[in-house]
Design a protein around this ligand. Structure first.
Ligand code: ATP
Length: 319
């Protein structure tokens, strides 16, 4: 192993830069050459790569987004696109590739492994929807961003005695809503994994009002509905004034939390060590506080486990 490449793909996530830094610095520490691929798989197909030295990753550990840019590439989903990418890597003399991204990006990495490129995946997405790992890079930061928003919305909801529906990202995964809702003391958490039971949510809000609560916060995962529609339903059923807040892209930015920086640093460094050990087709995960690597096929076949325990806890604590 003499030269490796790194790319970021899919939705960006705070902490991706910390992972890039860790890959580049660990590689240089082990006397490897490193190139950064610009704009994910699109850049790979076009051979858009730049050499990375120690200084190229200076002053980025605290920055959100990704200095390598990210993209979604339709062409890479085709066999022809994948073959072009392999040829570009061969032309550049690259022996190993580190892919930072979500499930879709791992499917791309799986294809490259099958075509003979040594490839390691690092889970980077705010959604926390990758089954093989307890946490993905970016998730902790987004939970803190949402928590900050909840605290602000709580002030105004309380003044006006309203119910506020806060819609958060996560695609079909309810983890952002669940963790932020639990940490923020939400009255109800609506997630795709549990479905939306309007009667139960309204009962909870009315029970709270009856015992003197001045306001309610409802966390809604984007995969289970729209905040405006849910708010209208709740207002009709309870007679309580509701407001809807869709947090949107504010959730994707910001300086990564300490947890995400450490996760990214360790995973980035491990990715290089695996390539040095001649490993390929592996995904790095954190499970029960241990960093492990597992086969990419196995990682992609796993089903995401929802944290029912946290969900039940949030219900008990919001009576
Ligand atoms: P996030 O969940 O944060 O959006 P992601 O990695 O899941 O991240 P996707 O848009 O699903 O985001 O995938 C990123 C890119 O990976 C796609 O644009 C495509 O180029 C590639 N990709 C996705 N699925 C496949 C596949 N089945 N085969 C080959 N490449 C794929």
């Amino acid at each position: 192993m003499k030269k490796i490449a790194i790319l970021t793909s899919g939705g960006d996530a705070p902490g991706m830069n910390a992972a890039i830094r860790a890959v580049v610095r660990t590689a240089i520490y082990h006397h490897l050459d490193v190139v950064g691929v610009i704009r994910g798989y699109n850049g790979l197909i076009q051979g858009d790569m730049k050499p990375m030295d120690l200084a190229s990753v200076s002053d980025i550990i605290h920055r959100g987004g990704t200095i390598l840019y990210s993209a979604r590439s339709k062409e890479f989903k085709t066999e022809e696109g994948q073959k072009k990418a392999v040829q570009q890597l061969k032309n550049a003399g690259v022996d190993g590739l580190v892919v930072i991204g979500g499930d879709g990006s791992f499917r791309g990495a799986q294809k490259l492994s099958q075509l003979g490129i040594k490839t390691i995946g690092i889970p980077g997405t705010i959604d926390n929807d990758i089954s093989c790992t307890d946490y993905t890079i970016g998730f902790d930061t987004v939970v803190n961003t949402v928590l900050d928003a909840i605290s602000k919305i709580r002030d105004t909801s309380s003044s006006h005695e309203r119910t506020n529906i806060i819609e958060v990202m996560g695609r079909n995964c309810g983890d952002i809503a669940l963790y932020a809702g639990l940490a923020g003391g939400a009255e109800a958490i609506i997630v795709p994994e549990k479905g939306f039971d309007i009667e139960a949510v309204c009962k909870k809000i009315l029970q709270g009002k009856a015992r003197g609560k001045r306001h309610s916060i409802v966390l809604l995962a984007e995969g289970e509905g729209n905040a405006y529609d849910v708010g209208k339903h709740i207002q009709q059923k309870t007679g309580i004034e509701t407001r809807a807040t869709i947090l949107g892209y504010i959730q994707r930015g910001g300086s990564p939390s300490a947890f995400d920086r450490i996760l990214a640093s360790k995973m980035g460094s491990m990715a290089v060590e695996l390539l040095l050990d001649d490993k390929t087709s592996r995904v790095i995960c954190i499970r029960n506080n241990h960093y492990v690597d597992i086969d990419i096929d196995e990682a992609l076949s796993m089903k995401k486990q929802f944290n029912d325990n946290f969900y039940e806890l949030s219900q008990i604590l919001s009576i």
